[in-house]
Design a protein around this ligand. Structure first.
Ligand SMILES: Cc1ncc(C[n+]2csc(CCOP(=O)(O)OP(=O)(O)O)c2C)c(N)n1
Length: 268
């Protein structure tokens, strides 16, 4: 029987927690925030093949919030791009599975970590596909705090100007940054209106609702000639109740007892 995206997202959360605890790393709440979006992408939307990860016609997926890399590493391992046992090396010296996403990992298109680079790169990819008459699409997953980087707004303008309707951006709108709320740092609202004014076709979904995600992401472009922007309303730390909406879990790493407790919640 085909595994559901819900089960894929659950497995990703379990593996992300294990990786971060083992490596004593940060950013677990940032990864839990995007597991449902990424599970729907890798489970049903992206045209990618683990047996041919460099296939010319593959869709390109770029994680711009590179600090949430454990979600992608888990998804790629679960989907067969590499052995699950490789996840054990996450964060160790010499491992390709670095603490910010690395293209040295099979299936990863682009290394990020310095925020504000994923969308400009994705726009370039989409333009290249257009110029080559290629059918593949580019998907970029951004964070909300990252939108404070001006490079995104230049890329938004450029994509609309070039009518890149082969480009899909998703904002993981969890409303938190590293130390406080997005609202207190640099207000984004009215966000949908801003994207629309920049020439994008905009939709909003509950970023943990798999049906809503697959409906939106499964039928792009929503308007011919316009790039698609999905604002996904999410909860940072989703799936582990002690972490949900708690800003301190941006940097904190679970200890062994906490890991056991969190896994019980996910597996229970
Ligand atoms: C250019 C740049 N400045 C600062 C940082 C340090 N940093 C890492 S994550 C983060 C913000 C996290 O908030 P958000 O971007 O909203 O992502 P979330 O983890 O909440 O999904 C910052 C400022 C960075 N990675 N890149």
């Amino acid at each position: 029987m085909k595994r559901t995206t819900t089960e894929l997202a659950r497995r990703m959360r379990v593996e992300a927690l294990q990786m971060v605890q083992r490596a004593r790393a940060s950013h677990i709440a940032s990864a839990l925030s995007i597991c449902d979006i990424v599970a729907v992408l890798y489970g049903e939307v992206l045209n990618v093949d683990p047996d041919e990860p460099q296939a010319t016609q593959r869709d390109r997926f770029i994680l711009s919030k590179g600090h949430a890399c454990v979600a992608i590493y888990a998804a790629l391992a679960e989907c067969g791009f590499f052995e699950r046992s490789e996840l054990l090396s996450y964060g160790r010296d010499g491992s390709p599975l670095m603490n910010h996403i690395s293209h040295k990992v099979t299936g990863v298109e682009f290394s990020t970590g310095s925020l504000g680079h994923g969308l400009p790169f994705g726009v370039g990819k989409a333009l290249a596909a257009r110029r080559n008459d290629a059918a593949w699409r580019t998907f970029v997953l951004l964070s909300d705090g990252e939108l404070g980087e001006g490079s995104n707004w230049e890329a938004l303008m450029f994509a609309a100007h070039h009518r890149l309707d082969n480009l899909v951006a998703i904002v993981d709108y969890n409303k938190l940054q590293s130390l406080t709320t997005v609202d207190q740092t640099l207000r984004l609202e009215p966000l949908a209106d801003k994207f629309a004014a920049f020439g994008w076709s905009v939709r909003e979904v509950d970023g943990h609702d798999h049906d809503a995600l697959r409906t939106a992401l499964g039928c792009t472009p929503w308007q011919p000639g316009k790039p698609s922007m999905l604002i996904a309303h999410t909860i940072k730390g989703k799936g582990v109740s002690a972490m949900e909406n708690k800003v301190e879990w941006h940097y904190r790493s679970p200890d062994a007892d906490q890991l056991a407790q969190f896994l019980e919640e996910l597996e229970g």
